[in-house]
Design a protein around this ligand. Structure first.
Ligand code: AMP
Length: 393
């Protein structure tokens, strides 16, 4: 894979796909700048090499051209984070965008309007990609979070460029994933959480070949516990995946991989932060109650396993961490991963809710790498070819 370091950027207009799909509050303030900060080194490299940067991104899921999804809301924040003035054009293709791009001078930055104002973007429309390609001389993809999608700006546009490469975000994502997949030092512990086993089957299967321990928490653990004969009350469960859960346990045993399930569960009589709460032994959840977090004994067991690991990958919360009363398990894991890292372990946080937990606790710099792409990282680790990476390779 070519990276930005392999490109000659002097006097070139670099069309860069970034991931500026940032969260906004009700007043359109950016509430988390992680993704903008992540793109900064690539943007600065282009400018320092004497080029100009034309940034394109999506924001949210607009149905038409609703103003609430305009990238104009983030211009000031991008400017503040990268420390360079940012011009904005109210379209991403067509005459206005082409004129703004043509007028751009070396050292300048232009941000285009939301790519998803055009349905052609997610359809991977070739004509739309060709229109985008007219704006730049070279193409750089640095949006890892959408690299698993064959959209116009993430993959198809690359066909129209001779000179194309990955930015520093994509480069770092691949390097860090390989630190688990290819050069991970044992004991390797994978912590899997989140709601469903069905979303994580392929990654768990892959982990059966590389991990020493697979910790299973969160909603997906109840499918395993029920399959093993436990009572799970009205906890989230994929009944049709019980055989699969048993099969994964069997294959883990054959491969000498420890699958570690919760010992106890924090249960509630309603899916609400204000519900009545109890802690019970796993598999003993009464009717009318549901498991919403791992219990204290489980927090201890999981933390101990993590503390004894040299490589840790974490994807998915241990409970309904959006609700304060059910976030303790996820918070405990974040602490354990931080502590293991301080003792020399390599830790990779796999995007989404786990990344949010780490960042909300201010642990972003206390773990080895926080991925910017949940789904994309999982697909990469499963061994799938990501269209956004194949297109620049
Ligand atoms: P995922 O997108 O599959 O990684 O799952 C993340 C979601 O799983 C979060 O929104 C959590 O609230 C949810 N989740 C985690 N544990 C549970 C649980 N015990 N019951 C219901 N939802 C859960």
């Amino acid at each position: 894979m070519r990276t930005i370091n392999d490109l000659s950027l002097e006097n070139k207009k670099a069309l860069v796909r970034v991931d500026f799909n940032v969260p906004l509050d009700g007043d359109f303030n950016v509430t988390d700048t992680t993704r903008i900060e992540a793109a900064k080194p690539t943007i600065i490299k282009i400018l320092e090499d004497g080029g100009s940067a034309i940034l394109m991104s999506h924001l949210g899921r607009p149905k038409a051209k609703e103003a609430e999804f305009s990238l104009k809301h983030i211009v000031e924040k991008v400017q503040e984070v990268i420390g360079v003035q940012v011009k904005f054009v109210e379209d991403c293709v067509g005459a206005a965008a082409e004129e703004a791009a043509a007028n751009l001078q070396p050292g300048e930055v232009l941000l285009l309007e939301n790519l998803r104002y055009y349905k052609e973007e997610t359809k991977g429309d070739k004509g739309f990609a060709e229109q985008l390609s007219k704006l730049g001389d070279v193409y750089i993809n640095d949006a890892f979070g959408t690299a698993h999608r064959a959209h116009a700006s993430t993959a198809i546009v690359a066909e129209f460029f001779e000179e194309k490469a990955a930015g520093y975000v994509i480069e770092a994502e691949i390097i860090n994933a390989k630190k688990v997949l290819e050069t991970g030092v044992s004991p390797i512990t994978a912590i899997m959480g989140g709601s469903k086993i069905s979303d994580k089957i392929l990654i768990v299967e892959k982990l059966l070949n590389i991990a020493d321990n697979i910790i299973i928490g969160g909603g997906m653990s109840y499918t395993f516990i029920k399959a093993l004969g436990g009572k799970i009350g009205m906890s989230i469960c994929e009944d049709d995946k019980q055989d699969l859960a048993l099969d994964l346990l069997k294959r883990a045993k054959e491969n000498n991989v420890n699958i570690i399930l919760p010992l106890d569960t924090v249960i509630a009589d309603d899916f609400s932060n204000d519900a009545n709460i109890q802690t019970v032994v796993k598999g003993e959840i009464p009717d009318g109650w549901e498991g919403l977090d791992i219990g204290p004994k489980t927090r201890e067991l999981f933390s101990e396993t993590i503390a004894n690991s040299k490589t840790v990958i974490w994807n998915g919360p241990m409970g309904v961490a959006e609700m304060e009363n059910f976030a303790h398990g996820t918070v405990a894991i974040a602490h354990a991963v931080k502590d293991a890292t301080s003792k020399g372990a390599f830790s990779l946080i796999g995007g989404g809710d786990s990344a949010a937990a780490i960042n909300n606790l201010g642990f972003g710099n206390d773990v080895s790498y926080v991925s910017t792409g949940g789904g994309a990282l999982l697909e990469y680790m499963e061994g799938k070819v990501l269209p956004g990476i194949a297109a620049i390779s």
